[in-house]
Design a protein around this ligand. Structure first.
Ligand SMILES: Cc1ncc(COP(=O)(O)O)c(C=O)c1O
Length: 388
């Protein structure tokens, strides 16, 4: 039986998959089962930040697999401690919690905010403001936090206590603010929502309100974190340090991880028994993530910015392109007449993998993509966008 048939027969149909069976890859290049070569400008939705089978990551993972593949969180181990120290040093946060995905990292942030506020004020202070058009995950609570009606169907009852504010509208922010708000949760760049960057004045207003009213500012950097936008965290573009930052995708290099980082003031709110995970902070995953983090250097971050600028220049010069959004190597392309899905499908035929987000073509190429690969992929993309 062929792989696509076997998959469709036995796996629930939750994904709109491309009709391609991927077999192997190296760097920004991968091959399908028939040997066709593709350049990947999606990195598995931004997870393989250093491409397929990054040698340093692969070496760290393989070594750890052969040393200690797992312990429960009832014991200590080296990769967890080393990764936590490195991530806290690089980000300026005091402590973190290890989860297995972006949604789980956000669940942790939401629980932390509610516990802090319940203990210090009252259990009524449990409302979290999130933004219209946001995306925070697929668990019932993170779906409830997601500000898109399309996700608020079927799975009743949703978790209560979320209010949705129009992005960049300070007036709407104040309209939704009252004594029951315990947190404000944002993505600096709304990824799934179409690669839409927030205005700095709006972000700064949120920071100010949160500081003044002892409300937790939560930055969901699941997609924007770990160098994707040309900074370790996108908050740096906004000169903003959130009380809590969650991140996931790019940290794992392709293995499942999520983290919830907290400032000193909130670092011990979730104590023994109030949160946990069987696999969170797994040694193999952490060893790989540490190898990823060690490669996020100032030079690499500058390159990410330059490569993003190169793609922006190429794309904005096209007649068919209305606008190019996002930061660094997180790019959304709004088209005049073509649909994003049509461009994605044409690119696939021509050997280039791209993503879509809402009505936009979305690019999340590996951070270390070579200049040559970037130019080749950009050429294919421009042709596909411009073809009549
Ligand atoms: C901003 C943001 N938050 C949360 C998530 C959910 O992450 P995961 O699919 O790892 O649970 C995503 C995934 O696309 C995301 O982009």
């Amino acid at each position: 039986m062929d792989i696509i048939e076997q998959t469709n027969l036995h796996i629930m149909p939750t994904y709109a998959r491309n009709p391609v069976v991927l077999a192997d890859g190296h760097g920004a290049t991968c091959h399908d089962a028939e040997g066709k070569t593709y350049l990947d400008f999606g990195s598995g939705i931004g997870t393989m930040s250093f491409g397929y089978c990054n040698p340093k990551w692969a070496e760290a993972v393989c070594e750890q697999v052969n040393t200690l593949q797992h312990t429960s969180n009832l014991f200590y181990h080296v990769p967890q401690a080393q990764l936590a120290e490195k991530l806290c040093q690089m980000s300026g946060y005091a402590k973190l919690f290890y989860a297995n995905s972006g949604a789980e990292a956000n669940e942790c942030a939401i629980k932390l905010a509610k516990k802090y506020s319940t203990e210090k004020y009252s259990r009524n202070r449990n409302v979290i403001l999130t933004l219209v058009n946001s995306f925070h995950g697929r668990t019932i609570t993170t779906l409830s936090a997601t500000g898109q009606d399309v996700f608020h169907q079927y799975f009743y009852p949703f978790t209560g206590g979320f209010r949705f504010v129009q992005a960049n509208q300070i007036e709407d922010l104040y309209k939704n603010l009252d004594e029951n708000v315990c947190a404000i949760m944002i993505e600096y760049v709304q990824g799934e929502g179409g690669v839409m960057a927030l205005d700095e004045t709006f972000v700064q207003e949120i920071r100010k309100i949160c500081t003044e009213k002892d409300i937790l500012m939560i930055a969901d950097e699941v997609q924007t974190g770990i160098g994707r936008t040309g900074k370790l965290f996108a908050g740096e573009h906004y000169h903003c340090h959130a009380d809590i930052t969650t991140t996931a995708k790019g940290l794992g290099g392709g293995l499942p991880i999520g983290v919830c980082l907290a400032d000193e003031k909130f670092a011990d709110v979730l104590n023994s028994g109030s949160h946990g995970s069987t696999f969170g902070g797994n040694p193999v995953v952490c060893a790989g993530a540490l190898a990823i983090l060690n490669q996020i250097t100032p030079e690499l971050l500058n390159e990410v910015q330059e490569k993003g600028d190169f793609l922006r220049r190429k794309l904005t010069s096209l007649e068919e392109v209305v606008s190019v959004s996002g930061l660094g190597l997180m790019i959304g392309i709004q088209l005049k007449t073509k649909t994003a899905a049509a461009v994605r499908d044409t690119c696939l035929k021509k050997g280039l993998l791209v993503l879509t987000a809402k009505d936009r073509v979305r690019l999340l190429p590996p951070l270390n993509i070579s200049r040559q690969e970037l130019e080749t992929g950009a050429e294919i993309l421009c042709q596909c966008i411009s073809a009549s």
